[in-house]
Design a protein around this ligand. Structure first.
Ligand SMILES: Nc1ncnc2c1ncn2[C@@H]1O[C@H](COP(=O)(O)OP(=O)(O)OP(=O)(O)O)[C@@H](O)[C@H]1O
Ligand SMILES: [Mg+2]
Length: 308
């Protein structure tokens, strides 16, 4: 049976380098899924609070806050995730109190690289369960994660496997394995890589896809090439503009030069799009550059219509 399409999964990680549009596209995917009637939650990690800003909402923190019909948002704080995890795991009250009082988690996290990522993914796993561990928790059809920028490789999604390998036996091992099983479950979990139409970002996105596929084993459902300029002029028109750009009339010359330059950019972006399509296996979809000073929820809504 072929794996379901992106929005029909239960868990989507939106990933890519810093500043490429991950948060914008995570919100756009959330809007789209919610509009299709799916109960959806967009999760931010590392307390960035960018998604809540889209909705002009105050910081949401470690709570599931409704932004629109069918659309919730949460900012996953690792300390809070650890606290919640321990409350669910440790039945002995005195032990829990002791651990919380003693700054236990801060020390443990400092001594254990990757622990914050592990408990963050643990919380994501919990949100994606139909039988929520958190008593007040809702059931979501879709969990969308605005993943951390991949400046440091693929660390985030690889964390469960790394932990499962370090802890060979015991509860950490089996829980890390359980998280990894969700990540590599192509029927329920997928990723969308966000790329920009420039040479280096295209190379990096192709490398990221290969790493996610070969080393993490997660499904890659989509590559979004974000911020594509429109092609406004035909070749003939562009030639005409070049003549004007070298002409005598100052105002016409300035306008024509700007148009020639934008045309050049749009064309080189098309070349990068072609390169990206050759170099990745996942279907590539383009998203237009929106000429607005700051994209709010309406900008994300415009992109949401173009996501399929
Ligand atoms: N299609 C687009 N058209 C115009 N502007 C865009 C588009 N997509 C994103 N932007 C703008 O680019 C900037 C970066 O976008 P965004 O914050 O979504 O990126 P990010 O990958 O989440 O960044 P970070 O890695 O810092 O979290 C924002 O100012 C956003 O409004
Ligand atoms: Mg972001």
């Amino acid at each position: 049976m072929p794996a379901p399409d992106l929005l029909d999964k239960r868990l989507i990680f939106v990933t890519g380098k810093g500043g490429v549009g991950k948060t914008t596209i995570a919100v756009a995917l959330g809007l789209r899924a919610a509009e299709e009637g799916k109960r959806t939650i967009v999760c931010e990690v590392a307390a960035q609070e960018n998604a809540s800003r889209f909705f002009g909402h105050a910081e949401v923190g470690f709570h599931e806050v409704e932004m629109e019909e069918n659309l919730w948002s949460i900012s996953i704080d690792p300390d809070e995730s650890m606290r919640e995890y321990m409350l669910l795991q440790l039945k002995v009250r005195a032990m829990r109190d002791l651990l919380f009082r003693s700054r236990f988690f801060s020390y443990l996290a400092a001594a254990t690289p990757g622990l914050k990522e592990l408990v963050t993914i643990g919380k994501i796993w919990e949100l994606a369960q139909l039988d929520r561990k958190v008593k007040s928790g809702r059931k979501y059809d879709l969990v969308i994660v605005d993943a951390p920028a991949t400046g440091h490789g693929i660390g985030f999604l690889q964390t469960p496997r790394t932990f499962a390998n370090i802890a060979r036996v015991g509860p950490i091992h089996s829980q890390a394995q359980q998280l990894n099983r969700l990540i590599v479950d192509h029927a329920h979990t997928g990723t969308a890589i966000v790329a920009l139409p420039e040479e280096m970002p295209v190379n990096e996105s192709a490398a990221l896809e290969a790493e996610l596929r070969d080393e993490v084993g997660v499904a890659i459902d989509r590559v979004y090439l974000n911020g594509l300029y429109p092609e406004r002029f035909s070749g003939e028109e562009a030639e005409c503009l070049s003549v004007l750009a070298a002409g005598e009339n100052g105002a016409v010359r300035a306008a024509a030069r700007a148009a020639v330059s934008e045309h050049g950019r749009a064309r080189s972006q098309r070349a990068q799009l072609a390169r990206l399509r050759r170099r990745v296996e996942a279907p590539v979809k383009t998203l237009p550059f929106l000429f607005e000073p700051e994209l709010g929820v309406e900008g994300a809504r415009q992109l949401a219509r173009r996501l399929h």
